[in-house]
Write a protein that binds this ligand. Structure first.
Ligand code: ZN
Length: 311
């Protein structure tokens, strides 16, 4: 009798719901990172563009790698340097790439975001939320210290039947139900290791089980845990633009070395940490977060297809 092929080392399957493999700090080794992560059970990677400058890189990466789900969006940090026809350009990418989702877009009142006119951030965010609704695609949202504004804007523009992915969610437990009612999913990354564990636990336990996602936000959000060692990205830190492309964390130093760069295989560390706080078996959390991501990203035109049992 024919034997099933040996399974990958890991018995779990995972979906990295938000990362940036087009980032110049890791782009040269992205194929190797994707291969290594895939061998460990990571079946999909939602790769998010952040500005007009990198959308073409995301598009090409998705063409080269069947496992990459492309996402196009203008991140709040790059709002000041948008071109006058940024929205036309964004629409063109969606027209040419029917499998794309929207992201990364958002609001930021953190140390970096405070330097960027908030009214402009809101306007750019709003227009992209409307676009996501019009295209009926999920949208990946960055929110730093602006959850009150986010909830208000989502209430006014929502609901979002195609779903909103709150990436690297670090908001409070109290915010969860209001956001979930508007169609939000809560995507957890290595940044969670920087939150007090009692607070993180309370927040995690307030998330409906069908709204939990896992992500790496690679090359950012390297998980930092005392007893866990992470494998470095095999690149040299001579890449230019390190600071320019550093996103999502306010506190990161601009001088990233290889050791501080994250990569998708580290999603296993996020899985382990979140499972421990939720007091849930890792295999169960892997499967439910995979199914949630698969459902969210299986919109018409997507590379991702609904699984049996999903509606
Ligand atoms: Zn991101």
């Amino acid at each position: 009798m024919a034997q099933a092929p040996a399974r990958a080392a890991s018995a779990v399957r995972l979906f990295d719901a938000h990362c940036h493999l087009q980032d110049p700090r890791v782009a040269p080794v992205a194929p190797a990172l994707i291969r290594a992560a895939a061998a460990s059970g990571v079946a999909r990677f939602a790769v998010n563009g952040t500005s007009e400058k990198d959308w073409h890189l995301v598009k090409r990466m998705a063409e080269d790698h069947p496992a990459v789900v492309p996402c196009f969006g203008l991140h709040p940090w790059w709002v000041p340097e948008r071109s006058p026809d940024w929205m036309d350009s964004l629409r063109r990418f969606f027209a040419e790439t029917p499998e794309a989702a929207v992201g990364e877009i958002g609001l930021d009142k953190g140390s970096r975001g405070r330097t960027i006119d908030f009214r402009e951030q809101v306007e750019v965010f709003w227009r992209q939320l409307e676009l996501a609704k019009e295209l009926e695609r999920p949208v990946s949202v960055h929110c730093v210290r602006a959850f009150g504004d986010l909830l208000e804007i989502l209430k006014q523009t929502g609901p979002f039947p195609a779903g909103v992915l709150l990436h690297s969610y670090l908001g409070s437990a109290d915010m969860v139900s209001g956001l979930a009612n508007l169609g939000c999913y809560f995507s957890l990354s290595g940044f969670l290791t920087g939150m007090k564990s009692t607070k993180a636990k309370q927040m995690l336990k307030s998330i409906p089980l069908d709204r939990i996602l896992l992500e790496t936000d690679a090359p950012d959000a390297l998980p930092k845990l005392d007893n866990v060692s992470v494998s470095p990205v095999p690149v040299h830190s001579s890449d230019a633009d390190t600071e320019k492309h550093h996103k999502d964390s306010e506190s990161q130093a601009a001088t990233a070395s290889n050791e501080s760069l994250n990569h998708p295989e580290n999603i296993h560390i996020v899985l382990k940490y979140v499972a421990s706080l939720l007091e849930m078996p890792e295999t169960e959390l892997a499967e439910l977060s995979y199914k949630n991501a698969n459902k969210l990203f299986s919109y018409p035109g997507s590379k991702v297809h609904p699984e049996a049992g999903d509606i």
